[in-house]
Design a binder for this molecule. Structure first.
Ligand SMILES: NC(=O)c1ccc[n+]([C@@H]2O[C@H](COP(=O)([O-])OP(=O)(O)OC[C@H]3O[C@@H](n4cnc5c(N)ncnc54)[C@H](O)[C@@H]3O)[C@@H](O)[C@H]2O)c1
Length: 460
């Protein structure tokens, strides 16, 4: 059975390489040779669930459910060609066996201890992975509790100013680069307080001056991002912090061919919102109100219980509906929506978040209806495959001539609650548009025909 499946897949890939699905020569994507080093900032629930999960998959103990890079397929050419290879067979992604993890945290627990503390994965599976997980120990972090008020870490770097701290992170990156062939960084750290871009973020010169002066507008996440981008290391931002959503970082990213993407993993409630809202809009169903509430009891929940970190998250969660509904174009349907978001810290639930949405909608002649969504999810189980896909795709982007120097990788919006876009461009939140954009980008970099779904050729 298994042999048959593999044989079928090989034929599909071969067919894809030689048929109508191929466009004029695209610049070649470099192969994923050697080891991919993944530097994770913040080794909490999401990070440890990703790392343990990758190891479990490598050992054949579990399947990478939820990961598009590992399980997804991509159609090539016409529907009649029946050519849909696995994405990982179509684009040259790093193999899971070639990933090497390291990272930073403000607590010195190794990844086994941190995963046990997070209580996402069951002790049975963690025990099997213990010898490996114990070998990954976080490096001391760049941290200041001014930016994450609920945490007080002990495992932190000391330096005479923020530039000194950035140099220490650069030294960490350089040391790691000696052990692996390529490096990617991902922020899985806590949500920082709400901040807005300041003067210091407008240029590299201003930012470096700000680092020397330890400017208060420069948060720890920006110090890691600066260090990564200076070193040509791609950076993904899994939290709603500004981090790489700043002119200085976008410039550095382009200049040093270090792709970036952010912000905030799109996991539970917003994932559902960006499925349901496009459906209402597609059918011209009106919306009067959308009330979203959550209870969760993990450390993330504790951090988000603090008003300034909550505001950062709230902004990130609020944006999606506004952009999807385009009230200025559909005033009769969406100009008067009451959108409310609540996150309540409730320790008994741990990582097993519960989200409720009450949606007040209206149809033909304005008749009201309601929809209730109750999502009993597991936060980090949803986030871990997203984090994995982001590092694998950013590594691919770095090797793709048409992507490596464009800065923001908007095609990765699929994974993000508050997608970064080119300045002045509104973000695309609709999950299905995002999915199409992602797959067309993969076709594009591999020189395959884009798929428009027009389909008139079948009726000629
Ligand atoms: N779990 C999800 O579904 C989800 C979804 C979207 C976004 N996020 C975001 O991802 C991030 C991680 O979530 P989590 O559930 O793993 O949280 P967590 O609290 O379990 O882990 C965060 C870790 O980051 C560490 N940390 C904080 N500041 C740091 C710094 N400056 N340097 C190094 N380490 C630092 C903390 O000590 C902690 O171990 C949060 O910002 C969260 O809002 C999570």
């Amino acid at each position: 059975m298994a042999t048959k499946k593999i044989a079928k897949r090989t034929v599909a890939v071969r067919a894809a390489k030689g048929t109508t699905a191929r466009r004029a020569a695209a610049p070649k994507v470099a192969p994923a040779k050697g080891k991919l080093g993944v530097m994770v900032v913040g080794m909490g629930a999401v990070a440890t669930t990703m790392i343990a999960g990758v190891e479990a998959v490598r050992r054949g103990l579990a399947k990478p459910i939820g990961s598009l890079t590992q399980m997804g397929t991509i159609r090539l050419g016409k529907r009649t060609e029946n050519t849909s290879p696995l994405i990982k067979d179509f684009v040259p992604l790093a193999d899971l066996n070639d990933i090497v993890f390291t990272g930073w945290d403000i607590f010195d627990d190794n990844v086994y201890e941190a995963a046990a503390h997070a209580e996402v994965l069951k002790p049975e599976i963690l025990k099997k992975l213990k010898p490996y997980l114990e070998t990954i120990k976080p490096m001391p972090a760049v941290f200041d509790s001014y930016y994450v008020k609920r945490l007080h870490g002990t495992h932190v770097k000391k330096g005479k100013n923020k530039m000194d701290l950035a140099q220490q992170v650069i030294a960490d990156i350089r040391a790691f680069k000696k052990k692996v062939d390529r490096v990617v960084m991902i922020w899985c750290g806590s949500t920082e307080i709400f901040m807005e871009p300041a003067e210091v973020h407008q240029s590299l010169a201003a930012f470096e001056k700000g680092l020397e002066k330890s400017d208060i507008a420069i948060a720890p996440s920006q110090i890691y991002a600066y260090a990564a981008l200076k070193e040509g290391v791609p950076f993904a931002n899994g939290a709603p912090n500004l981090t790489v959503d700043l002119p200085v970082m976008i410039d550095l990213s382009k200049k040093n061919a270090a792709p970036i993407c952010g912000k905030d993993f799109k996991t539970g409630q917003t994932f559902m919102k960006t499925v349901l809202a496009p459906a209402f809009k597609a059918r011209m169903i009106g919306v009067k109100g959308w009330f979203s509430t959550n209870i969760l009891g993990n450390r993330d929940g504790e951090v988000l219980d603090e008003p300034q970190s909550f505001k950062t998250k709230e902004e990130s969660k609020l944006g999606s509906l506004e952009y999807i509904f385009q009230p200025e174009m559909y005033p009769d349907l969406y100009s008067d929506i009451y959108h409310k978001i609540r996150i309540n810290y409730y320790p008994p639930r741990g990582d097993e978040k519960e989200a409720w949405d009450n949606i007040d909608i209206f149809g033909w002649l304005g008749y009201p209806m309601q929809l209730k969504v109750n999502f009993l999810c597991r936060d980090s189980i949803l986030a871990a495959p997203i984090a994995l896909d982001l590092v694998l795709f950013l590594d691919l982007a770095k090797r793709a001539p048409s992507l490596r120097s464009i800065g923001i990788q908007e095609w990765l919006s699929f994974y993000l609650k508050s997608p970064q876009t080119a300045p002045g461009l509104y973000p695309e939140h609709d999950l299905f548009i995002q999915s199409m954009k992602l797959k067309n980008t993969l076709r594009h970099i591999m020189g395959a025909d884009l798929i428009t779904h027009l389909g008139l050729e079948y009726y000629d």
